[in-house]
Ligand binder design. Structure first.
Ligand SMILES: [Zn+2]
Length: 469
């Protein structure tokens, strides 16, 4: 085997289950992410798929690029398989990770508080938070030096891409490897956009939106405003199904901006986050202001509170939740409700939909990708023609307005991904496209091949497949 080498344990031929092994030498490997398989990537016998069966003996450490469940959700299985090495992540991720793991354990593992506590203690004991842009030497023996450095990825708070510097001492050979994790889009609210590196030799690059371009920020902000104004005029509620981490906070940030600049009816608008988990994440986001971007810092300096404004309400208990659904459905008091799950496949948003889909004064606003087969996709598709959706086995006719805004995805689009390479001074010789559907990866591969064409560079673009382990 030539080194370095790569094994993709997940997230190669699909968008979830990210888990990549950098094989630096036979004795030294690094694992980047350990995520859950979800949606179409999840096999029927999911427990079998999640169990970690690959050889851990050479794996010196795990690096977590960010705390989305498709990047960290398999951590309990990794630890159960006997992994005792350090878990590296950024400082903000170290704050968020225990919340995510606790939630994942409760959903998929156990409700036993004591077990959960023990597990979280173990995670804490292995967790090593690193500052951005600081080298950390993981291996330095007679054959190899391996250092890692985290860079801001602009995807969600704490997200990073990972730079690995390898030095093969016998051959005096230096190699630089980069794992992109999930890269953020420029102009996304709250977080600074990722910057490219000076150089790398091997790049493992995500490709979620490898075949798409997002609409620009002004455009999507305008559409968000129009959708809400429509509901205000109709005396209805705007329902936004959203993930708890990342997108909810981006939306709150945008909504604060809209409320701040508007007058009249907007001042009465209630913005409700109906999700205890999202509320917890928002709290951590607020604590970590130093990691916000310049624009958000300016809002703070102007005395504003982008994630904690007057019109914002959070709902915790189930009782409060039920009361709010009933109240909003009955009174027509203008409100925006943000609740999970993002694709309406469960969670509190479902109760709102059941109570409000049949009434034309309400609006459903999609801001994220709706996978085929999910209720969200069905509402998006059949809503505009007055069709129906099945929720918990019952049919609901859709009379509420339905709208979709793209761009609040927290993911780089095709152009951003190509730019990530283009803006390096020295381009990689090997690019591995992971974390994308087949069409997205093919489209991105074509763009990267075109970028290199006629240049004094040879590139190998791989479309790796997940190794079944
Ligand atoms: Zn992500």
């Amino acid at each position: 085997m030539t080194y370095p080498n790569f094994i993709h344990h997940g997230g190669a031929s699909g968008v979830t289950g990210s888990c990549h092994q950098l094989v630096a030498t036979a004795e030294h490997s690094l694992l980047v992410d350990c995520g859950l398989f979800q949606g179409e990537d999840a096999e029927l016998d999911s427990l079998q798929q999640l169990e970690v069966k690959f050889d851990l003996s050479a794996i010196k450490a795990l690096v977590v690029t960010h705390v989305h469940i498709d990047h960290v959700g398999r951590l309990p299985y990794l630890l159960a398989a006997g992994f005792t090495g350090p878990i590296f992540c950024s400082q903000p991720s170290a704050h968020l990770l225990p919340l995510v793991i606790e939630d994942a354990l409760k959903i998929g593992f156990t409700r036993d508080e004591q077990l959960i506590e023990q597990f979280l203690e173990r995670v804490q004991s292995q967790l090593v938070p690193l500052d951005y842009k600081q080298w950390f030497t993981l291996v330095d023996d007679k054959n190899l030096r391996l250092k890692i450095k985290l860079h801001r990825a602009g995807h969600i708070l704490g997200s990073c891409y990972v730079e690995v510097a390898l030095y093969y001492k016998a051959k005096k050979l230096k190699k630089r490897v980069v794992f992109s994790g999930d890269l953020g889009a420029p102009w996304s609210p709250l977080l600074p956009a990722p910057k490219s590196l000076y150089k790398c030799d091997y790049l493992v690059l995500e490709s979620t939106y490898g075949d798409r371009l997002h609409s620009n920020r002004q455009n999507r902000l305008k559409r968000l405003q129009l959708a809400i104004e429509k509901a205000l005029q109709n005396q209805g509620t705007v329902l936004i199904p959203a993930f708890s981490i990342g997108r909810t906070q981006e939306l709150l940030y945008e909504l604060e901006g809209l409320v701040h600049n508007a007058s009249g009816l907007w001042q009465d608008l209630e913005i409700i986050v109906d999700s205890p988990l999202a509320a917890k994440f928002t709290q951590v986001y607020r604590q970590l202001k130093p990691y916000w971007d310049k624009e958000a810092q300016r809002r703070l300096q102007a005395g504003r509170h982008p994630l904690n404004f007057d019109n914002l309400y959070t709902i915790n208990t189930h009782q409060e939740h039920e009361a709010t659904v009933a109240y909003l459905a009955k009174t027509g008091r203008p409100a925006v409700v943000i609740a999970a799950s993002g694709m309406c496949a469960g969670g509190r948003i479902v109760n709102y939909l059941k109570a409000m889909l049949g009434d034309a004064k309400h609006q459903v606003l999609f801001v994220g990708y709706q996978a085929s087969g999910t209720p969200g996709r069905k509402i998006q598709k059949y809503g505009p023609t007055g069709g129906y959706v099945e929720l918990d086995g019952q049919r609901y006719t859709i009379k509420a307005g339905v709208d979709t805004i793209t761009g609040y995805s927290a993911h780089a689009d095709q152009k951003d991904l190509v730019n990530f390479i283009k803006r390096m001074r020295y381009w990689p010789k090997e690019v591995r496209l992971v974390h994308g559907q087949e069409e997205a990866r093919q489209a991105l591969k074509a763009k990267i091949d075109a970028l290199y064409a006629g240049k004094n560079y040879l590139v190998q673009v791989f479309l790796p497949v997940t190794k079944n382990t």
